[in-house]
Design a protein around this ligand. Sequence first.
Ligand code: C5P
Length: 237
Amino acid sequence: MEELLYEGKAKRIYATDDEQVVRVQYKDSATAYNGEKKAEIVGKGRLNNEITSLLFLKLREAGIQSHFIEKISGNEQLVKRVEIIPLEVVVRNVAAGSFSKRLGVEEGKQLPRSIVEFYLKDDSLGDPLITDEHVDVLELATKEEVAELKAAALKINDVLSGFFAEIGVTLIDFKLEFGKDAEGKILLADEISPDTCRLWDMETQQKLDKDVFRRDLGNLTDAYETILTRLGGQMHV
Ligand code: C5P
């Protein structure tokens, strides 16, 4: 059996025969509020793997490279090995979540332009919001890399917002992670799924993302299945 390299809240990462390639296995675990709320939701791992794989393929077609290589089973994919930059890069188009709470802005208010925020990826600190100055003095990324991350995040936002609009869904906000490959090139990594995006139905404003779990709004797998089906993916058989 291949060596388990890392186990996170939602995924396990295994080594493969190829030093430059790792296998990602999506788990059925759901967590929120930095692990305070937990549940096992059968089928969630498969849904996030399918959705992430579809989105990384669509991004590739749009000229945006990521660590994604291929989906190899219902809940697994092969990805290029990268060293994750310990930043959560959040893009917001519409006020929601921590932005609304912190700044007192009503959820659902369209922002005059899309913004990029950085959070320090550190569970023990609760992933705090940090400024470009913090990123610089903590040497998490150079100023040039910060500019590159922001530009990449906004480009990904344009492409993803377009995909979702085509299927009647508003991309409210989302979180990205980036990593460096063996040559030091920055690549989009981790996942893009309803676990990491806020996705609202354009007509009904129904939430089709992890807020269903966070806020006990109904059935999570129904919401994720809706996204997968609208993206053209396969329903579970
Ligand atoms: O909670 P907050 O409003 O800051 O989240 C912004 C976006 O980033 C949401 O789409 C949320 O799902 C995502 N996020 C994430 N992982 C985190 C924090 C936020 O995927 N640790």
